[in-house]
Design a protein around this ligand. Structure first.
Ligand code: HEM
Length: 397
């Protein structure tokens, strides 16, 4: 196993599973200097941590949590208004305001649009005779869906990509390059100006979209602009890269596992269930984060108030105690109790939407381009550790 940090990061990006195995086999909680916190690798402990009310997400519990310079206040504000980093009661109130938009029934109503976008993207690829799966399909599909849901015009999608990329690093990645905070601050400022204009437009002329619903709330439920921006920007980021990664990681897994691919080709009606096994097998979010709100014992380890904990979702999903033969992609497992969407009060709000997009994407790809093959020697992973996904995945057919 690599010892210097950049080699270790590279190794983790390529294949984190050997390290996860070593961690699981050598204890329940491991202190790591790299993210400065406790790594929790087992499925049962990860579920317990995610559901433990003594562990929260509000980093204000830590004295060193604020950004070190004054101009960073916009970054701090963004953290403080983001569901990911809010504890009850603020979390409960804000989540309740947006929950209804993502119920399985509301999401199912989006199916015809998701299907139409998937067909359109693959039609264009078929006529070109090539498909770079990420740029041509896995990225634009969820982005167009989330933009339509929010009511953002298609012309503005390139802006959303830049903002969302910068914000994703701020919100979840433990390792950032030196310029990340400054880039993120610039993106947040532009994004905020953009969305304030959208909020005021929708207040005066509501449409049939999520932003209009949120700004049009009764006065008792009304959200201020900080709360609105926190919600909308999170939905945008959370609904962006994660689902791209689900589609990209799934197609790579099918290329590497011909038997599983044949199973779906023979019976496409199993695609929706297969998505959960694919989420387990190559989880788009590998790591969650918690902070101890009090001194307590977690996974057999004494932790102190303010200590960070990192439940390793990707490791929990390969834990043999929870999944027999965990390194096998097996669509016959029955119910897959993975933690790819987390667990407990921060359970992914977009899980139903992500599952539907993943199922529609795979089913449409396998139907329209059944002979797709890898057009690369080695997959190129993105420079991320928490969000596991591919930079490119060129296919021929
Ligand atoms: C395959 C795709 C996705 C994966 C793997 C995923 C994964 C996750 C995970 C692991 C969490 C919990 C983090 C924690 O406990 O700290 C989470 C939370 C969240 N997700 Fe997703 N997500 C996906 C897609 C989406 C989509 C499409 C949306 C929105 C449209 C979305 C919106 C959210 C939101 C708003 C939260 C925060 C919930 C809260 O803190 O209460 N996600 N997601």
């Amino acid at each position: 196993m690599a010892t210097d940090v950049s080699a270790l990061q590279e190794e983790l990006r390529e294949d984190p599973y050997p390290l996860y195995r070593v961690l699981r086999e050598s204890g329940r909680a491991h202190w790591s200097e790299l993210p400065r916190g406790w790594l929790i690798p087992h499925h049962s402990d990860v579920v317990a941590v995610l559901r433990d009310p003594r562990l929260g997400v509000d980093r204000r519990v830590r004295s060193d949590s604020r950004c070190p310079h004054d101009r960073a206040s916009i970054l701090d504000k963004q953290h403080d208004q983001t569901l990911f980093f809010m504890d009850p009661p603020a979390h409960t109130r804000l989540r309740e305001r947006v929950r209804h938009a993502f119920t399985p029934r509301r999401v199912e109503a989006l199916r015809p649009r998701i299907q139409a976008i998937a067909e359109e993207l693959l039609e264009a690829a078929a006529s070109r005779g090539r498909l770079e799966l990420i740029a041509d399909f896995a990225y634009p599909l969820p982005v167009r869906v989330i933009a339509e849901l929010l009511g953002i015009p298609a012309d503005d999608l390139p802006l959303l990509r830049r903002w969302s990329d910068d914000l994703a690093v701020l919100l979840v990645e433990p390792f950032k390059d030196e310029d990340a905070d400054a880039r993120c601050e610039a993106s947040l400022t532009e994004m905020r100006t953009y969305f304030e204009a959208v909020f005021s437009e929708r207040r005066s002329a509501p449409r049939d979209d999520l932003v209009s619903e949120l700004v049009g709330a009764e006065p008792a439920d009304a959200l201020d602009d900080d709360e609105l921006f926190g919600l909308v920007s999170l939905v945008l980021v959370a609904g962006h890269e994660t689902t791209t990664n689900l589609i990209g990681n799934s197609v790579l897994a099918l290329l590497r596992n011909p038997e599983a691919r044949r199973f779906l080709a023979v019976d496409p009606s199993r695609t929706a269930d297969a998505v959960d096994e694919l989420l387990r097998f190559e989880s788009p979010v590998q790591v969650a984060q918690r902070i101890a709100l009090e001194d307590c014992e977690v996974a057999g380890q004494r932790v102190r108030r303010g200590d960070r904990l990192y439940p390793l979702l990707g490791s929990a999903n390969r834990d043999p105690e929870a999944f027999p033969e965990p390194d096998r992609l097996d669509f016959r497992r029955g119910e897959v109790r993975h933690v790819a969407f987390g667990s407990g009060r921060h359970f992914c709000l977009g899980a139903a939407l992500a599952r539907l997009e993943g199922a529609v994407a795979l089913e449409t790809l396998m139907r329209r381009l059944p002979s797709f093959k890898a057009d690369f020697e080695k997959p190129v992973w993105r420079q991320r550790l928490v969000l596991r996904g591919l930079e490119t995945l060129p296919l021929r057919f």
